[in-house]
Design a protein around this ligand. Sequence first.
Ligand code: ACO
Length: 429
Amino acid sequence: MPKETLTITDNRSGRQYEIAIDHGAIRATDLSQIKASPEDGGIVSYDPALVNTASCRSHVSFIDGDAGILRYRGYPIEELAERSSYLEVAYLIVKGELPTTTHFSMWQHNIKMHTMLHENVKRFIDGFRYDAHPMGILVGTVGALSTFYPDAKHVVALESRRMQTRRLIGKIPTIAAYAYRHSLGLPYVHPDNEFSYTGNYLSMLFRMTEAKYRPDPVLEHALDILFILHADHEQNCSSTAARVVGSSQADPYSVVAAAAAALSGPLHGGANEAVIRMLREIGSVDQIPGLIKQVKAGERRLMGFGHRVYKNYDPRARIIKRIAEQVFEVTGKNPLIDIAIELERIALQDDYFVSRKLYPNVDFYSGIIYEAMHLPVAMFPVLFAIGRTPGWLAQWQEMLLDKEQKIARPRQLYIGAPVRDYLPIEKRT
Ligand code: ACO
């Protein structure tokens, strides 16, 4: 049996070091024993953007980027999308197991008990400008919730963590719907616990003067699957933000607000919005070669393509593409789908994309569905945030319970000026 170790020779000193390999990783702290002199602090690993650094051990989700595999707690994403509901998957993500019938009805009840917002939160949302980006409203309002629930700061207390988890999963869709209604100047619609989690969200978004809003079951189911597909995704930018902020024992509202802020960028959850803007700009299939030319010249990126981990078709994109057809049967076809399909076809035959293993990611088709459901593009990352909330909470909780974790504090390689003499302002040129 070969040894699970790595032998390193330091050519500065000629010394050899044997370092353990566990789960295909060496511990970066094992490198600190490698010193050129006794005063030397030891070797550190340099990894901008943590491209090849595992920052934690996790049980939540698993991706095989080369094979295009995604599993939550061991269950393939395709099976969960086909057979489960979003709230059941949220339970799985947060608690680690699929619920029994009894546990599931308790979980549903516990989430539904927390869908309403304090009246002052509504007034807080009213304070945003009419054209405020809903993602900004979401980030700000979720952060503000920590002032409403001061018990949330007891992050070491299991009961407090459970309570904030229910509150956050319960309230996020309400905040998201109110952000949308605020942008249109429409009155807020109270949560209706008679509906499913997703049905209630659609009601809070779209109910007008009718006595009872009835969500279309196809759209309700499609949105439920979209939430499932977004529920967790390993150590992505926003989950990492959640872990880093949570590592200081900040309360979970601050943690989820920070994660949502990370999600808002166009290279992460903002990409679905950017895809629609790009497809609209293309306008028609005959304009695609022009865009591809710009992308290959390095002038712009093909939004919704490429992924740090997937070097194959993103399994979520495959499922979403299928749901799009079901949604269009209800809403009518979104003409952007033809441009998207043709763009995918051309890109996947082009050596630029093939050689770099750039495939459609989850954002390439999700926006087309949201648009067909009459949601404005600015709401797309907000929908992503609703789906991802259980993932952020699971990552946060896992980090808190992991005895190896400490406050996040990466090292740096200082490359700035050496020590300098301070000059008074009048002597500076
Ligand atoms: N269009 C064109 N070229 C691309 C794209 C793209 N979308 N993505 C990567 N490339 C190219 C890069 O230019 C680079 O080429 P080079 O080697 O000639 O310099 C190569 O592919 C590798 O790219 P990196 O930027 O090193 O890849 P990284 O893993 O850092 O980036 C990312 C991943 C940010 C997702 C990138 O692919 C991208 O910007 N995609 C578009 C935005 C997007 O869709 N984001 C959503 C991601 S999924 C999610 O967050 C839910």
